[in-house]
Design a protein around this ligand. Sequence first.
Ligand SMILES: NC(=O)c1ccc[n+]([C@@H]2O[C@H](COP(=O)([O-])OP(=O)(O)OC[C@H]3O[C@@H](n4cnc5c(N)ncnc54)[C@H](OP(=O)(O)O)[C@@H]3O)[C@@H](O)[C@H]2O)c1
Length: 226
Amino acid sequence: MKVCIVGASGKLGQYMVQHALDRGYEVVGVCREKSVPKLDRFRDRITIIPGATNDRCVIQRAVEGCDGVLTVLVPWGIQKYSSGTAQAVLDFAQSGARLIFSCGWHITKDGRDIYSWKLKVLVSVFGRIARLVRFAEIDDQVEACRRIFASGTRWTVVRGSDLEEGESQGLPVWSRHVGDPILESNITRRIDFALFMVEALTNDELVHEAPAIVSAQSPSALAHRN
Ligand SMILES: NC(=O)c1ccc[n+]([C@@H]2O[C@H](COP(=O)([O-])OP(=O)(O)OC[C@H]3O[C@@H](n4cnc5c(N)ncnc54)[C@H](OP(=O)(O)O)[C@@H]3O)[C@@H](O)[C@H]2O)c1
């Protein structure tokens, strides 16, 4: 399997590169030119295409011939970065490719998520301040996901809980809606978020799903697992 990792140099991206290589996949990574050195340890084993992830020419080149595309959606800057990145992947990935996108719990597919007041306040206050100081556009991540959900591609949008570093605790468990008791612990190791993304490439049950994930070892997962 040949996979493209869009946003390969970030923390999540580097874990995904490692998981993909562990499975013997051929990997093409896209990252900003200045971040290429962050991928030095993989240099001889992957193809790196430097460039902004919302540069359509960069994405067109990178996804050519790929059976799967793993995309880290980030809202940084006031440049429609998330929606530009997602749109380029949707437009240029080969027909039938598995497209896996990362985001947070704040994204909702069907409006049936139940959010804590803490998360609502955080998204609202951070969103407004971030836009005011031109640091990030949370709304654009929402727009990116709206376009993904409306597309006819074989997408999965993986919604990460709060994240922490540390050794793997295994494949996270998931649920369709934030607010479901199994997700209550709201914590996942970043290495396992990446594992879920890579596993989704070959799990057709996740096509057209927006799984919200939590660590399999978290108290809520242990208490509510079937
Ligand atoms: N952080 C959390 O607690 C959390 C919680 C839930 C879900 N998530 C989701 O997890 C995914 C990864 O998030 P993360 O926080 O772990 O970060 P991350 O993996 O380190 O990824 C950050 C990405 O943003 C890029 N980036 C940073 N500054 C940028 C800028 N000014 N312009 C353009 N690109 C820039 C980085 O590229 P460079 O390598 O070039 O800097 C990198 O690809 C995201 O989809 C996020 O929504 C995160």
